[in-house]
Design a protein around this ligand. Structure first.
Ligand SMILES: Nc1nc2c(ncn2[C@@H]2O[C@H](COP(=O)(O)OP(=O)(O)OP(=O)(O)O)[C@@H](O)[C@H]2O)c(=O)[nH]1
Ligand SMILES: [Mg+2]
Length: 545
């Protein structure tokens, strides 16, 4: 049953029973509105929407052809803070014969740093660049003008990302290593090093002398500005972060280099120093989605619709395969009165997202309030006391041979593997949902032994589209194939029917999974404590001698 929502035609502003009807008109199905002007062509005003539909379908198709390159859950990123700008060796302009001009070179600006933060809108590492470099500080110039600071750069990741620094190498070490192969004299090596860190202006008074360089080095060392080697992992442990909750203050992972000093700082006006080049760090980013419940199903069976019905989160829904390209996580809040966060008013249909957007666009055009498609639980917010809250991930559709990395393949299986409760979602309106179930089981099992049994809730969706007897036969067939060990829930995600039973089952399974996890963690802690007492903190028992 479609909801009856009041709206009006965008052209003539005549009242139409439902905005859905207006959309139907827009697509040329004018028979649906027989009492409306027949010679009016409404289709033009919606061509952009139809175009958008085509564009999205093309996008989904091309993503599918890329065989899973869209969901990135593991990536190596090289990061470097920005280089500091150089100091300037400038002299103040003086009148002819007025004596020596004073040094007036400004300092270089320091380089921008690289920070890490989280965003709730991300559910993949796709947006990460492979190289991230802080902005370079600009050089100082005459008249004591200091250079500008380089721009900071932010790396944004989803919650659930593990970040590990796996390599760190400074420019200085690399140069020293290369020089070792050149067979240079000590003086030559010294001169090369000075030239790396000091800018000299030999224009007036011939070459800059050894002594001038030496003095500059002593001064820079005194100021802590002489380039020291990058600390190794033993000296300064690598950065390791397990991001389980949103980051409040961005975390610094790579500091920008200090700017160089201008010539007023040195004994010789012909000398200034260069800005620092921070070391290159390689980070490994891995996304582990932290959902209590994972939905597993072939494409287009209604997983995203179910996520919406359970969580109220606006997941992408459309009637073509691979609408969902990245896992989506929503929070299911279940209240003491039996309601849950995504629960809708009775009879309200969960729309395909495009259709929903059309309705909202129409309301916007007409300056009306948005139709209340996503009603929240109950009227008053304080009516409900929360009983349990858990997360649920809607995953991209699984394809046969996913375990051999076909479709979104391994990356997606890796993420569902982490959910302690798995739910198979099948389309009951298809001829043989049992075959789909066997395909899913087979893929999970081939990926990891025992994983297929973890999914012990089977959701048979789209029950509204099946004749009663045919539906019963299909359910019977599935029950016979799987035995009594799994729960079967027949429902219609789209029309919000039968979901309550699923919510109750999920509450029970998530509760059990959490209790088991607590027991396991307790046991591990106890073993660790015993081992620490008896042996050492690495869990190795001390041998009796
Ligand atoms: N009749 C009916 N249609 C449904 C039901 N659930 C979902 N649909 C429709 O099925 C189509 C696919 O739904 P989605 O929720 O996008 O399916 P999905 O499994 O997330 O698809 P992918 O993201 O491509 O894997 C949409 O047109 C939904 O409106 C249902 O219970 N009954
Ligand atoms: Mg989907």
């Amino acid at each position: 049953m479609l909801p009856t929502l009041r709206s009006a035609c965008p052209r003539c502003h005549k009242s139409i029973a439902s905005p859905l009807a207006a959309v139907v008109v827009s697509r040329g199905y004018s028979t649906a509105l027989s009492n409306h002007d027949e010679d009016t062509d409404y289709s033009e005003s919606f061509t952009d929407i139809v175009g958008e539909l085509k564009r999205r379908k093309r996008k989904a198709d091309s993503k599918r052809r890329q065989y899973g390159n869209t969901f990135v859950d593991h990536i190596l990123v090289t990061v470097r803070g920005g280089k500091g700008g150089s100091g300037a060796a400038a002299l103040q302009a003086t009148l002819k014969g007025a004596g020596p001009s004073a040094p007036c070179g400004g300092n270089g600006g320091s380089g921008g740093s690289v920070y890490l933060t989280t965003s709730p809108s991300l559910s993949s590492l796709t947006t990460l660049k492979k190289r991230v470099i802080g902005g370079q500080g600009s050089s100082g110039s005459g008249a004591h003008k200091h250079g500008k600071r380089g721009q900071d750069v932010m790396i944004t990741v989803p919650v659930g990302t593990i970040v590990k620094e796996i390599r760190r190498e400074g420019e200085e070490e690399r140069t020293i290593r290369e020089e070792e192969e050149l067979d240079l004299t000590e003086d030559e090596l010294k001169m090369r090093k000075w030239k790396r860190w000091i800018i000299s202006h030999p224009s007036a008074g011939g070459e800059v002398s050894f002594q001038e360089y030496k003095d500059a080095e002593i001064l820079l060392k005194k100021e802590g500005r002489w380039k020291v080697l990058t600390p190794t992992f033993d000296q300064e442990p690598p950065i390791e972060l397990d991001i389980n909750e949103p980051i409040k203050e961005p975390i610094l992972i790579s500091k920008g280099g200090l700017g160089g000093l201008g010539n007023p700082f040195f004994n010789s006006p012909r000398i200034a120093s260069r800005g620092f080049l921070p070391p290159i760090q390689t980070f490994e980013f891995e996304l582990k989605l932290l959902a209590d419940v994972g939905l597993v199903g072939l494409p287009n069976v209604g997983k995203s619709t179910l996520l919406r019905g359970l969580t109220g989160k606006k997941a992408e829904i459309a009637n073509y395969q691979f609408t969902t390209l990245n896992p989506q996580i929503g929070v299911v809040r279940v209240f003491e009165n039996g309601k849950w966060s995504g629960e809708l008013n009775d009879g309200v249909e969960i729309q395909e997202s495009l259709l929903e957007r059309e309705i909202e666009d129409l309301s916007r055009t007409l300056g009306e309030e948005f139709p209340d498609i996503r009603n929240k639980v109950g009227g008053g917010r304080n009516d409900n006391v929360e009983k349990i809250r858990f997360t649920l991930s809607d995953n991209p559709g699984l394809l046969p041979q996913a375990s051999e990395n076909v479709g979104l393949g391994h990356s997606f299986l890796r993420s569902i593997e982490r959910s302690p409760v798995l739910v198979y979602v099948l389309d009951l309106s298809k001829d043989s949902p049992i075959n789909d179930l066997l395909t899913l089981k087979n893929e999970l099992e081939s990926y990891k032994a025992g994983l297929s049994d973890r999914a012990n809730i089977i959701v048979l969706n789209k029950a509204d589209q099946v004749e009663e007897q045919i539906g019963k036969d299909r359910i019977k067939e599935i029950r016979e194939a799987i035995g009594e060990k799994s729960d079967i829930v027949t429902l219609s995600g789209k029309y919000n029917l039968g979901i309550k039973h699923l919510v109750n089952l999920l509450v029970e399974k998530v509760g059990t999974a959490r209790a088991n996890a607590t027991i396991e963690a307790d046991e591990k802690r106890k073993i660790k404590e015993t081992n620490t007492k008896e042996g050492n903190s690495f869990g190795l028992k001390r041998l009796e001698v």
